[in-house]
Design a protein around this ligand. Sequence first.
Ligand SMILES: [Zn+2]
Length: 214
Amino acid sequence: MSLATLVIKKVAVGDLQSNCIIVADTAVNQCLLFDCGDQHAKIMMNMRQIDDEMTPKAIVLTHGHFDHIQGVKGIKDAFPDVEVLINQEDVELYNKIEQQGKMFGMRTTPVPPHTGTIRHGDEISVGSVSFKAMHTPGHSPGSMCFYSEANKVVITGDTMFAGGQGRTDLWGGSGPTLKASLKELKKLPADTRVIPGHGDDSTIGRESRTPIYI
Ligand SMILES: [Zn+2]
């Protein structure tokens, strides 16, 4: 593909500042939205800044935690055809958004039903941009990462952060499982850009030198 048509925009949303990652191919004016944690209007404004006519093909969820999914309803209301994709093992969490919020003392926005599931090895694409889905459980049972070899980028949700990794003390989290997932991620090429679910970007090379402290 011509790299000039790929635009990646990271938008931090909500009280917990989770990243919504807009991956657009301007050749087709479509994008993928990796996580929609809150503030759908802010997400849509950022889509329009790429192009007035930009439409989302799919909302691709890295996992089902409330701070990554609360903006799904607003996007789905504005774009009824958008797909909402999540790993089967996090569907229960997704549907229990209200209970999740209560545990954190936060009110949550209900989510519309998901429209499909993502499995390890699936290809998720928009225009000529393609990502390979990697099942990376540990932070949650259905946590997923999305790797584009051609564009040297991996979207890691709350599995891997710049200088750290996700917590494992929430619903269905597991330290040993997360450790195994991080080891898999660290096999990617060192110059792969890491775009996490919160905070700044990193690279696989830098994170390979970050100790796993589980
Ligand atoms: Zn999370």
